[in-house]
Design a protein around this ligand. Sequence first.
Ligand SMILES: Cc1cc2nc3c(=O)[nH]c(=O)nc-3n(C[C@H](O)[C@H](O)[C@H](O)COP(=O)(O)OP(=O)(O)OC[C@H]3O[C@@H](n4cnc5c(N)ncnc54)[C@H](O)[C@@H]3O)c2cc1C
Length: 380
Amino acid sequence: MLERGEVANSWRSERWESLRLLTPNWLSRLPGHGYDGPDPDGYMTMGEVVELIDRYAAVSRAPVRAGTNVASVRSAGGGYALATSNGPIHCRTLVVASGACNVPTVPPFAGAVPASVAQFTPFDYRDPSTVPEGGVLVVGASATGVQLAAELRRAGRPVTLSVGEHVRMPRTYRGRDVLWWLDASGAWDQRYDEVDDLTRARRLPSPQLVGTPERSTLDLNALTALGVELVGRWAAVRDGVALFSGGLRNVFALADLKLQRLLGTFDEWAREAGRDSEVDPPERFEPTHVPASAPLQLDLRSGRIRSVVWATGYRPDYGWLDVPVVDAKGRLRHDGGVVDSPGMYALGLPVLRRRKSTFIHGAEDDARDLVDHLAGYLGV
Ligand SMILES: Cc1cc2nc3c(=O)[nH]c(=O)nc-3n(C[C@H](O)[C@H](O)[C@H](O)COP(=O)(O)OP(=O)(O)OC[C@H]3O[C@@H](n4cnc5c(N)ncnc54)[C@H](O)[C@@H]3O)c2cc1C
């Protein structure tokens, strides 16, 4: 196992200070290594995640070569030749487990934002004190965006949140963590070859969730109550002016509708599986409040906005992979983790083999399937 940094590198170096997992402790499990502490319903801090993965690496005796950056991989001699910072390596099979979130995604018009406005991505944002005083425009209303908008607003900043397509979720439903429902009902185990529109499923934004000791919901209504101003999707910059899409009403209605449908499937599952008595009665949530007027543009030269925080997603970085397996959009070509090159496999990508594939607990089932395939390939 080659790791350019240390074990749990992404959790050590690429996250902001206040982040906690959005998956509860009982769910954030690794193979044979579940949570046995005093707070199964809590959410780990980054320090605790690093400890978990460190401990797992030790007990599983993972043969990690830390501080080994893979600079290039090419096909050679019926396998792969790697150039690493610790010398060359040849292997017959290769598992690409380099992560789905190596680089923050930022739209091209970021380059047209006036120089007087500071720009941050989740990789260089640490806490509100590192952001210049004054108004902040947070772009993107998925897990990262809603969390950073709330944190900056609570620190007293005027915050505007630019909202595009998003996945609304309550923290708890009928008395249980909403992720309990996804896990228990089997929704998360849905296989990639059973998903209707796989390309879309793989591009779905993360749910609007935060892990806090209070188990609070962080949807757009909660942000509005905190005083965050909502605007539409940021579409362009023209002469220093940010232009936002209209139609927030439709964007909110769609997210509300999808939430209703999801809760409906949970209710149906509980009824059919005879689990109704274990949980509270069905609940429904208020629709997302549409602001009386949402500005369609903001002059970035006016001084009202001093910083932009791009919470517009993440992507993998395959710049080191010199094998033609990456498509024009930068995505690895694979079928359920079996990459389009003999003996090459992938793990940890969205809906790789199951809906849960990019979550910590999702690795186990995918790894088992792929190890079977890999062993067959090697003829062992
Ligand atoms: C902000 C954020 C919050 C998240 N919250 C949760 C959560 O609450 N619960 C949850 O289950 N999941 C969460 N996830 C998803 C999480 O990333 C995955 O669950 C998990 O980290 C995936 O592990 P991984 O090993 O596949 O990828 P990573 O953790 O990204 O690990 C990949 C490793 O590969 C190394 N690497 C990359 N390229 C090279 C190279 N060329 N040479 C050598 N080494 C290399 C990196 O240094 C890194 O350590 C979150 C993700 C993000 C971005």
